[in-house]
Design a protein around this ligand. Structure first.
Ligand code: F6P
Length: 335
């Protein structure tokens, strides 16, 4: 069997654990298997850029951040059918039996479009996808994406650092968090660190309420702003400063951006274990000649439910962008 491994979309910690487990399981479980890493994500499939992987080439990478295979964005792939067809044909012509993908929302959609072409044209390759993204917006009412907990760990650490200086100077910090239009990363980090407020995408924010809350506090105030919110941290700063001027109150406000730092660094243990488990399950299923599908990531040791790619790619059916009410209640209960 010939297997290709690809990491796509924004990198996240846990992708390397996925690559290692997919390569090692394939090589260890069946002798005549060859494993190829696709270089630079979906771009590598357009230009046939592969690297043969052996057990040594994936040694010692399980906990490291980023992806040893690279992941270069190809935004046109979402709509360019000729690019999708090129990839379907390249996979077939290179005799790949399976393509194992770890990627975010865009990768699931690309995999689904390419898989449709493969099926229509009667081509060879099956595509198995695992959710890999700090955004946790990938079919996430079926588990959580690999990389999400690693990014939360980093966020928590940075938010604690900010608390130190905010408290020392009696300052207010407006802190930007990544997460695209999903508020999961910002919100969960806020709960974990005990931030005073998290501004979510599409929220109708009551700035007078926030200004009063700041004024009532003794020392530090940390307000996390999710990437998908319509205003920048600088715009929010100006709005609050204006309110304080009108009220004759003085509060020093600073802004800070956690974004790209959230994506890097050592993987959380839970991401290493779940990435390894999902990759192993994919390889096992591939050896049993399974169909294309999306692998949800719950717990290590439990067989991951596999859902069809077209359902995983349909945001209205699978992506749970809104934070569940119970979790909103949790945040309020901890204030
Ligand atoms: O999807 C992961 C992510 O980090 C998002 O949170 C963010 O919106 C985006 O990628 C940033 O992408 P880029 O690295 O292309 O700037």
């Amino acid at each position: 069997m010939k297997i290709a491994i690809l990491t796509g979309g924004g990198d996240c910690s846990g992708m390397n654990a996925f690559v290692r487990a997919a390569a090692r399981s394939s090589l260890n479980m069946r002798d005549e298997t060859s494993v190829w890493g696709v270089i630079d994500g979906w771009k590598g499939l357009i230009y046939n850029n592969y690297r043969k992987l052996d057990k040594l080439s994936v040694a010692g990478i399980a906990s490291s951040g980023g992806t040893i295979l690279g992941t270069v964005r190809v935004p046109e792939l979402a709509t360019d059918i000729s690019l999708q067809s090129t990839i379907a044909q390249n996979l077939h012509d290179n005799h790949f039996d399976y393509l194992l993908v770890c990627g975010g929302n865009g990768s699931v959609k690309a995999a689904n479009s390419i898989n449709s072409i493969i099926q229509r044209e009667g081509l060879r390759t099956k595509i198995l996808v695992a959710p890999g993204s700090i955004d946790n917006d990938v079919a996430n009412n079926s588990g959580s994406s690999l990389g999400f907990y690693s990014a939360l760990d980093k966020s928590l650490e940075m938010l604690e650092w900010i608390r130190d200086t905010a408290s020392a100077h009696r300052r207010v910090y407006l802190i930007k968090s990544m997460g695209r239009d999903s508020a999961y990363l910002a919100y969960y980090a806020g709960i974990a660190t005990g931030a005073e407020y998290v501004i979510c995408p599409n929220e109708e924010v009551d700035y007078d309420y926030i200004a009063s809350m700041i004024d009532e506090r003794d020392r530090d105030t940390r307000i996390i702003v999710a990437e998908g919110y319509e205003k920048s941290v600088n715009d929010i700063r100006e709005i609050l400063e204006q309110i304080f001027r009108k009220r004759n109150q003085i509060h020093e406000i600073r802004t800070v951006d956690m974004s790209y730092f959230q994506r890097g660094g050592k993987a959380a243990v839970t991401d290493i274990l779940r990435a390894s488990w999902v990759a192993f399950r994919m390889v096992k299923d591939a050896f049993n000649k399974c169909d294309s599908g999306f692998y949800t990531a719950f717990y290590t040791g439990h067989k991951p439910p596999v859902i069809p790619l077209d359902i995983a790619a349909d945001d209205s059916q699978t992506s749970h962008i809104d934070i569940p009410d119970d979790i909103l209640e949790l945040a309020l209960a901890l204030r």
